[in-house]
Design a binder for this molecule. Structure first.
Ligand code: 5GP
Ligand code: ZN
Length: 116
């Protein structure tokens, strides 16, 4: 846990969140500013700043995050119509919170993968 990390504080229950899925190693909760009818963030409970750090330090935990994202997509009813999974990694991707997280997005057609 990093004391000044927003998502570590959500894991520690110091900051409230609407949790939709939890395992021993992961937590999934609704994004505070949803960009689609379904917008859930999936994080490892262990602090890693971004996808590259997570995958290099603990690829098994990266797999746990993917498994949890799949479980969330199913629980949100997104499998029949499809959904998008996004990891923003670093500045050009617009990453704002440096505790790695997957965005599970769905519930409507999501348009082009990247704005022109
Ligand atoms: P990033 O830009 O780092 O990929 O995404 C960060 C996401 O975290 C944004 O979609 C933002 O709305 C979300 N977020 C920021 N602060 C909070 C918070 O306190 N609670 C929740 N549930 N989501 C947050
Ligand atoms: Zn953290």
């Amino acid at each position: 846990m990093e004391a000044d990390c927003l998502f570590c504080r959500i894991v520690a229950k110091e900051i409230p969140a609407t949790v939709v899925h939890e395992t021993d190693t992961t937590l999934a909760f609704r994004d505070i500013g949803p960009k689609a009818p379904a917008h859930v963030l999936v994080i490892p409970k262990e602090h890693q700043p971004d996808l590259v750090a997570l995958t290099r330090a603990n690829p098994g935990l990266a797999a746990d995050v993917l498994a949890s994202a799949t479980a969330v997509a199913e629980a949100e009813g997104l499998l029949p119509d499809g959904f998008r999974l996004i990891f923003n990694n670093g500045g050009f991707a617009g990453q704002e919170v440096f505790h790695v997280h997957a965005h599970v997005l769905g519930g409507r057609p999501l348009g082009p993968m990247v704005a022109a």
